[in-house]
Design a protein around this ligand. Sequence first.
Ligand SMILES: [Fe+2]
Length: 307
Amino acid sequence: MRKGVMRPGHIQLRVLDMKEALGHYRDLLGLIEVETDAEGRVYLKGWTEVDKFSVVLREADEPGMDFVGYKVLNNDVLDQLQKDLVEFGCNVEEIPAGELTGCGRRVRFDSPTGHMFEIYAEKEQTGKWGVSNVNPDAWPRGLTGMKATRFDHCLLYGDDIDGTLKLFCDVLGFDLAEQVLDENGDRVAQFLTASMKAHDVAFIKHPEKGKFHHASFFLDTWEDVLRAADLISMEDVSLDIGPTRHGLTHGKTIYFFDPSGNRTEVFCGGDYHYPDHEPVTWTTDQLGKAIFYHDRVLNERFLTALT
Ligand SMILES: [Fe+2]
């Protein structure tokens, strides 16, 4: 049952070199650079996103993800979910308003898979970039690179995905939209949604806690994904796989790496989910097709290159 979580709102990624990272996230992906805070973190957003920012880059010695945040409907929801998270047994920490510039009070919590998440109710709304909210044009001039429209989801690897499923579904009100079951019927992958999207976050079972697989950004069309592939070659960016289609969610996709080794996806399409839909199930004997629908063969790097 939905509990008032609306959407993925932001992700903070660790990068080794900010200048190189901006070459990736701003110039290649085409995210809009919003500002740099007093700690040197750089904020960006996709042009269709109404809130001030959705990606925060922090320079660090190791790549990976610091946390991902979800925006909830209002402060009443935030207060209720904070209590529910404590009751569930999460380590819950309150981050004061303004710690991320333009973002209200955040409630940070850990998951059984060892990832850090946050929920928050308020963030400065600056509107879509380059188009008015009244009689809006179709798209703004001046976009660069892949013209990524929004931060869409992330895929995370960790051990206790059953515990994290309980946390996301029972406490936060996400639905299980899609899953992969092994020959014993144990879940090895889960795609969770708080909306109509095929997934707002996904988890793969993995012996280590707290690993990051990719952050994903939405493009409008398959032609845009093919154009992204051209740009990846033109810029000699490290390619992981694609362009191809997933069996899971049926999104059309390409994966590549930022200069720090964090994986990025851009994709289009994908299935939709309503709260009365039964989860879609894939079985591990069809895992090749589930992950790469055309090749039907797993790329070892896709399963093992994590930050
Ligand atoms: Fe993805």
